[in-house]
Ligand binder design. Sequence first.
Ligand code: COA
Ligand code: MG
Length: 288
Amino acid sequence: MNAAARPFRSVLYIPASNARAMEKASTLPVDAIIFDLEDAVAPDAKEEARGLLADALARHDYGARVKLLRMNGFDTDQAEADIAALGDLPADAILLPKVGSAEDVARLDRALGGSKLGIWAMIETPIGVLNAAQIAFAPRMEGFVLGTNDLAKELGSRARADRMPMQSSLQLALLAARAAGIVAIDGVYNAFKDDEGLRAECEDGRDMGFDGKSLIHPAQVAIANEIFAPSGEEVELARRQIAAYEAAKAEGRGVAVVDGKIVENLHVATAEVTLAKANAIAAMENAQ
Ligand code: COA
Ligand code: MG
């Protein structure tokens, strides 16, 4: 599962205890959904939520949206019941919280046995960040979601608009994801009525290299979709770079110049990724 083939601009959390929100999500223009059994569901509502989740997946058509199921971690007494309930559901992957090492992932991989589900990891603890590289290469691993609220709690850091205290963690996780060729999704922006703040944080995550943003409310979807998509100008520049490079090659040159900047084969590769992403987004939007 990679970002060029499938877009991951907007990844919306939905409490699996909320049947109405799960139904609504089948009509929202999101690229992926995290059906949550962990922190968004109260301890005495977990069992009911497993049933509501199975029911929602059976009844609603989520189309091309990627379906991730967030279970409770191995540090809780809910993990076993979650795996038993989730293994055969029609979804894409299980999202394992509080992953600390590749062994946590291997344990889930073994427990899933013949299930077709992939595995995603929440990177949200200091040990998870430090072991991000081994986690990214663990069995069935397809993507990381950054858990920035848990990370801030564990680090003892304060929320800052520039996210300076979070930088090393975000970048280590991203480096590991890119080394393994898996998806990387940035953490949530808690103030779901603050569009300006969300926009700035989406731009920050996009510029760093994340594929998209995890979201907590439908009001955040349009901004994430806009910011994590290549802009019209970027698509147009990518086309011109590819054309200029092809023309240069036909004349026996290995380097072209576009808008006063050199274009070599590595820039062409980036331009092709931009076009592939734009095409994947268009396909996603046509399917919705
Ligand atoms: N996914 C899908 N639909 C959602 C949603 C979500 N995460 N959050 C809200 N909605 C829906 C509501 O059901 C409501 O739909 P309706 O009016 O068509 O019935 C609509 O959006 C407006 O909701 P609103 O009244 O503004 O929000 P709220 O006060 O009911 O809920 C939150 C606010 C933050 C509690 C809620 O958005 C939420 O539970 N978010 C997810 C939290 C989560 O999963 N956290 C774990 C990871 S950090
Ligand atoms: Mg968490």
